[in-house]
Ligand binder design. Structure first.
Ligand code: ZN
Length: 176
């Protein structure tokens, strides 16, 4: 994990030392008045299962690692001042040009196989509201796929799991 490569305290720039803190070896600041500890926590991310009226799901082909070149759900890291739903509205627009409405939480996954940082990913069911499909940001391509005609190469095992668990036809929006 990238945090293992940190050399200096983020608060006072003293060289960090490995020492046992709360039952684990952690990088910690030895300065008497600082005592900063670099905890290694997963990042927070959100992923969108956007389905249109035909039940097709919106996927992007990844331009960056991990799974560069593979198809995946639009997703991104949560900024510190964002709700995960807001992360998705922003990321899906950046990656696909589509404006979406977030419906409800579908799943919560731990993704350990990201070389940058493991992440907890909140997965939401979403609906497209408007927009014209175009790939942008970290996406090389964006496209709508029927569940029985998904691309062969889908990044992150968990995403295949998600797609296999989706109902063939999306549930109708609840009546007001
Ligand atoms: Zn320090």
């Amino acid at each position: 994990m990238w945090t293992r490569r940190a050399k200096f305290c983020l608060l006072c720039a003293t060289p960090l030392e490995l020492r046992p803190v709360e039952g684990r070896e952690r990088l910690a600041c030895p300065a008497e008045r600082c005592q900063f500890v670099l905890y290694e926590n997963p990042a927070s991310a959100a992923a969108a299962v956007v389905r249109d009226a035909e039940g097709r799901v919106l996927l992007i082909r990844r331009r960056i690692e991990p799974y560069r070149g593979a198809w995946a759900l639009p997703a991104g890291y949560q900024e510190a001042d964002e709700r995960p739903e807001d992360t998705l509205v922003r990321e899906v627009f950046e990656e696909t040009g589509m404006t979406i409405e977030v419906d409800r939480l579908f799943d919560y996954l731990f993704i350990p196989d990201d070389h940058r940082k493991p992440a907890n990913v909140a997965v939401y069911l979403c609906r497209p509201i408007r927009g014209e499909l175009r790939a942008g940001h970290d996406a090389a391509e964006a496209g709508w796929f029927h569940l029985d005609a998904l691309p062969d190469e889908i990044g992150f095992d968990n995403q295949r799991l998600i797609l296999s668990r989706l109902p063939r036809v999306p549930s109708a929006p609840e009546a007001p």
